[in-house]
Ligand binder design. Structure first.
Ligand code: APR
Ligand code: ZN
Ligand code: ZN
Length: 374
């Protein structure tokens, strides 16, 4: 049945209020307007950022909303003026757009497209939503809202990918993998023979480990309070792993003892201000680089007094420094050519209906990524 131009009724996981479980509901998804694309979402990851939102430890959001920002799917229909994708194309959804025109997009080093900032938060460019449930308007999230069988997103937030790519795997390129891997390759620019430390060994941190390995780091020290993460970290390239809870001294002192002069490249992939301060303090005082990969709590303060009277750098990183529309199809091609491996990150697969089970799995710490199939 051709659904072009029609409202589509389908299933979505709605978050009605902070701290509530997801609720599977029937929603109406309006057709795409100008420069928008409607996508049949096929697979989506549940990322650490959503876990933080559920724990109410994160960004201020507007409710009710449809979360999900690690998705892959197939274009169902396109709005007026869309020229870069067509119905039937396989695509990855991008929480970070690439408009191609702003100062960031035009700078060869920048990837923080100003279009990520919406004029009205969690709504489309015209200030309205494409989702309703029982007549009530539902907010979008992250430019993507992939916890819905169909979603509408801006053309600049869609990357066309290889037609034979397995969507239940490459959806991780939409956030977790690219964020971590790129933080090592693009943001830190890890050098061969260097010593790296990665704080947090979830899906993002393990992807940082893979990036450090790919860049030729000699030592990669994984740090996590859950020692069950260590086996996989070592399989992916960590040379040593530490649990700060088992140590008699602060982690930064232990890392200095282990390396004589501190770490060359430190990564914080938890989103915690205390571990970020510890990661910065673990860096070599002359040239160490600390990259903030995790999303930090809104309104928190970082206590780093004295630490930057040194040659250290503290760097932000968004989406691993990748220019989203341009680089993501290349990462998919690298996965298809077996130059990248996403499979170790996928520990569970469930249907969207079971999203609350996926949340529980993430809470146990046994799950790196649970892919939801729609
Ligand atoms: N010290 C060390 N490790 C910690 C600590 C701590 N204080 N607190 C949590 N961790 C570990 C957890 O045990 C877990 O292995 O950090 C890891 C976080 O992983 P996930 O929850 O799976 O999150 P992930 O998807 O990897 O995202 C990490 O990046 O995208 C952002 O918002 C996201 O900030 C989050 C971060
Ligand atoms: Zn994410
Ligand atoms: Zn831009």
């Amino acid at each position: 049945m051709n659904t072009t131009g029609q409202v589509i009724r389908c299933k979505a996981a709605i978050l009605w209020k902070p701290g509530a479980p997801f609720s599977i509901e029937e929603v109406e998804v309006a057709p795409p307007k100008a420069k928008e694309v409607r996508i049949k979402v096929v697979a989506t990851g549940l990322c650490g950022t959503e876990m933080k939102i559920l724990g109410s430890k994160h960004l201020d959001l507007l409710y009710p909303t449809i979360l999900g920002h690690e998705g892959a799917g197939i274009v169902e229909s396109i709005g007026e003026g869309v020229s870069t994708v067509k119905p039937g194309d396989k695509v990855i959804t991008l929480f970070l757009p690439q408009c191609g025109e702003c100062t960031s997009c035009l700078n060869s080093e920048g990837n923080f497209c100003i279009q990520v900032k919406q004029s009205k938060p969690q709504l489309m460019s015209d200030g309205t939503s494409r989702f309703t449930c029982n007549g009530k308007s539902i907010y979008h999230f992250g430019n993507t809202s992939t916890f819905s069988e169909y979603t509408v997103i801006k053309e600049i937030s869609v990357a066309k990918i290889d037609a034979v790519a397995p969507l239940d795997k490459v959806c991780l390129i939409s956030c977790g993998f690219s964020t971590g891997f790129g933080a090592a390759i693009n943001t830190a620019k890890v050098t061969p023979g260097s010593t790296c430390a990665v704080f947090g060994l979830g899906g993002v941190g393990l992807s940082v480990v893979m990036g450090c390995k790919a860049a030729g780091a000699a030592r990669i020290i994984g740090v996590d309070v859950n020692k069950e993460k260590f086996k996989k970290a070592q399989e992916l390239g960590a040379t040593e792993c530490l649990n700060p809870l088992d140590l008699k001294k602060p982690i930064q002192e232990v890392l200095f003892d282990m390396t004589d002069s501190g770490i060359d490249f430190c990564f914080e992939a938890i989103g915690n201000l205390d571990t970020l301060a510890a990661a910065l303090a673990s860096c070599n005082e002359s040239y160490g680089v600390c990259v903030v990969v995790g999303v930090l709590p809104a309104g928190g303060q970082l206590n780093i007094s004295g630490q930057l009277f040194s040659g250290r750098s503290l760097k932000g990183s968004v989406f691993g420094g990748w220019k989203s529309r341009e680089h993501i199809p290349k990462l998919v091609a690298d996965y298809m050519a077996e130059k990248l491996n996403l499979d170790p990150l996928i520990t569970h697969t469930l249907s969207l209906d079971k999203i609350n089970e996926a949340v529980e799995l993430m809470k146990t710490g046994k799950c790196i990524r649970c892919i939801l199939i729609l």
